[in-house]
Ligand binder design. Structure first.
Ligand SMILES: Cc1cc2nc3c(=O)[nH]c(=O)nc-3n(C[C@H](O)[C@H](O)[C@H](O)COP(=O)(O)OP(=O)(O)OC[C@H]3O[C@@H](n4cnc5c(N)ncnc54)[C@H](O)[C@@H]3O)c2cc1C
Length: 463
């Protein structure tokens, strides 16, 4: 059934495209406007990252619009973290002890194109590319746009506006401008940036490293990661400080210094990177930041995706969280009997604590990935957690599993429960209260008891 209301969605990235699709399926008159050219007709740089880890919360969004079968062929399962030490030894640390729990490497542009192609099949969708939003009237739901080839502005009028225009959102900036201190907003950058590099396919046209894993080279303050692509290459991301330490982005200014740095810290990766010398200087170095704001709605507009909650990429959850936004909004819309104004308010209030939780978890994971993953205590904890998940698949869920594989547990619950569990296990291991003499059942009972005490604020020992 077609609805009479018109919705204007600004930004046709991953979140805006999925949202447009769901609202079109619900019968709204949808206009989706994107500032860049149509990525299906022109080769565009992928923008943020070439590939992404897609997991259960994101998949739920894909299922909501019925595209799960179309994306299957684009997914490369990654079963765990492949840790690389400086001597080139590797160790696979699985993501879960339960069968069938893994994350997927998927091309950002491949996924976006599938969503755009599907949007083309709807008569109630108007897609505009190359139109950049320059101003929004939040109370009237009018927005002004400029095209790349003309200086003149034109206005689109709608009943409501969704700002899905990413971390630098124009819609969010307008809220900040109009609301002043009634709009809380912060943007915090890490002192690290990132640069994307490549492992091309091997001489035999095969993957140069194990395909079914997310590779990590944890080096204390910095790290390298690699995710597989469909064309048998890997996209490799270097996370490095801009300043300070022995090496940093500002100090690596010559091909020799880059090669020396990789020779010392990432020798096995260097062997797979014939184009490092050119890529390092041709590819951009980009910043990593967290955006928080509140409330997400004002007048007739709502922010969604990175526009309201951009997070650092270390839990692989930014897109997943944005897709979960769409699912939650869709549920709330139905519960509100399709009253958009009510749905905006309910969504903004109920979703915000979960966005804050995944932002915090993503920052925690930065430290965990670059340093803890290689530490003995952390490895012992992961080994125990995998054994517990295997033995008690319905009773034990690690923090990683709660965040990544659960669709029903909210990010906030996953954070509270997962952090308490981590604290309990690390404390028990450190104080030799968990050991091979106890049965796994006894270890689980002890962990559950101490986790509960941590949750209730009665920590038994310092961790
Ligand atoms: C290095 C890196 C790795 C990542 N890895 C993962 C991962 O593994 N898993 C994961 O889940 N997430 C990951 N993320 C996060 C993920 O990229 C984002 O959360 C996701 O892209 C958010 O989607 P979005 O549509 O809200 O924003 P965006 O993808 O930023 O899309 C916003 C769109 O709005 C358009 N736009 C902007 N301004 C205007 C304007 N004025 N007018 C019109 N259009 C406009 C932009 O061109 C863009 O197309 C990663 C991010 C980075 C930086």
């Amino acid at each position: 059934m077609l609805k009479t209301e018109s919705v204007l969605i600004i930004g046709a990235g991953l979140c805006g495209s999925l949202l447009a699709l769901r609202l079109a399926q619900r019968g709204y008159q949808v206009t989706l406007v994107e500032k860049r050219e149509d990525m299906r007709t022109v080769a565009l740089s992928a923008g943020r990252s070439i590939n992404l880890a897609l997991s259960n919360r994101g998949l739920k969004g894909i299922k909501r619009v019925g595209l799960e079968h179309k994306i299957e062929a684009y997914c490369i399962p990654m079963l765990g973290r492949m840790l690389h030490d400086k001597e080139g030894h590797t160790q696979l640390s699985k993501y879960s002890g339960r069968d069938g729990e893994y994350i997927n490497s998927i091309s950002r542009s491949g996924l976006n194109k599938i969503l755009l192609d599907e949007l083309d099949t709807f008569k109630n969708v108007d897609l505009k590319f190359n139109h950049s939003c320059v101003h929004v009237d939040l109370k009237q739901a009018h927005a002004s746009f400029k095209t790349a080839d003309s200086n003149s502005e034109y206005t689109i009028e709608a009943d409501v506006i969704f700002g899905t225009d990413g971390a630098g959102s124009v819609v969010r900036q307008q809220m900040e401008k109009e609301r002043g201190f009634l709009f809380s907003h912060s943007q915090n950058f890490l002192t690290h940036g990132y640069k994307e590099l490549t492992f091309p396919p091997s001489a035999e046209s095969e993957y140069a490293a194990e395909k079914g894993a997310l590779h990590i080279w944890p080096r204390g303050e910095n790290m390298l990661i690699a995710l597989p692509n469909q064309d048998k290459s890997f996209t490799v991301t270097l996370f490095l400080a801009y300043e300070g330490g022995l090496n940093n982005f500002n100090s690596l200014t010559t091909a020799e210094s880059v090669e020396d740095y990789f020779k010392t810290d990432y020798p096995d990766a260097l062997a797979l990177m014939p184009n490092l010398g050119t890529e390092f200087f041709e590819n951009p170095t980009a910043p990593l930041g967290t955006v928080r704001c509140d409330p997400w709605t004002y007048g007739k507009a709502l922010l969604m995706g990175d526009a309201s909650h951009a997070i650092v990429p270390f839990y692989g959850q930014g897109m997943n969280a944005s897709f979960e936004d769409v699912v939650e909004f869709d549920d709330i819309l139905e519960e509100s009997n399709f009253d958009l104004k009510t749905a905006f308010k309910v969504f903004s209030e109920s979703r915000k604590p979960n966005a804050d939780a995944i932002a915090d978890l993503a920052l925690d994971n930065f430290h965990e990935m670059k340093s803890h993953t290689a530490q003995d205590l952390f490895l012992e904890k992961r080994k125990l957690e995998l054994a517990l998940e295997k033995e008690f698949p319905k009773e034990y869920f690690s923090k990683y599993s709660l965040v990544t594989f659960s669709e029903e547990v909210s990010y906030k619950e996953a954070m509270d429960k997962g952090r308490a569990q981590d604290k309990a296990i690390l404390g028990l291991l450190k104080h030799h209260k968990l050991n091979g003499d106890q049965s796994l059942r006894d270890q689980l009972t002890l962990i559950q008891k101490v986790s509960q005490q941590v949750l209730e604020g009665e920590l038994l020992f310092e961790v």
